[in-house]
Design a protein around this ligand. Sequence first.
Ligand SMILES: O=C(O)CCC(=O)C(=O)O
Ligand SMILES: [Fe+2]
Length: 243
Amino acid sequence: MMLVPVTDQESLDRVRVTVVAAARAELGLADEGDPVAFMNDFHRRGLSAVEMNSFRLALIRRINDEADIGRLIWQAFRDPLTCIIGPDVVVQKSANLVIHLPEDGNNAPIHRDAPPNSPFEVVVWVPLVDCFGTKGMCILDKNQSREGMDLLQASPETPERIENFVWDRFQPIPVPYGSAVMFWAGLLHAVPTNTEGQTRWSFNIRYKNTFAPYGTKGYPEYFKILEMSPLTELAYDWQRPKK
Ligand SMILES: O=C(O)CCC(=O)C(=O)O
Ligand SMILES: [Fe+2]
């Protein structure tokens, strides 16, 4: 797990501007005023759980029409991601947007993404507001994750054991806007109930090497090509049947 500062702030700001403009358009509001206050205070609008769900779905559709979030987040963190993945990269086609209201107990439970996702995936968790305290994410390291999974396997009938083990070790990671948490898909993670009195807005999206093994989320259904090395281009071109 790494807390990584943005290397191209402009791309990250474009993600945020796109999301806020789309959210305001969806609510029929003018696109003006402080975007940070708009996001942090979003719970004050009093949308019900059902309304939040349809709002989020409509918002994602609108955002995807207007921008390529996977590419923008890639550009924002290109250098560290290239170091991890190499020059041949695929990205999850549709980035997940989470709008986590204060006191909402419907948060991500303890889980790891791989399996069923590929253990060759890097998860990039990108907040659009400053996340501190319980607005942050909890991630166990590799050994703790293994211990947690061993506990679950040893006594699947008592999930409280793994829950206690994990929550005893969890420390929410503070993630200011302008940074991302990058973590290996095999690590156990969860999100605490947000008790900070502010709404959390974050994307999570997965990148992997084009040629590393895929999990249940395959290519081209869930992933699309983002970067291709000159060598790969040469090889594909060579293999293409001559006219
Ligand atoms: O941000 C969240 O609420 C969920 C995060 C998560 O599970 C992930 O990024 O894989
Ligand atoms: Fe996850």
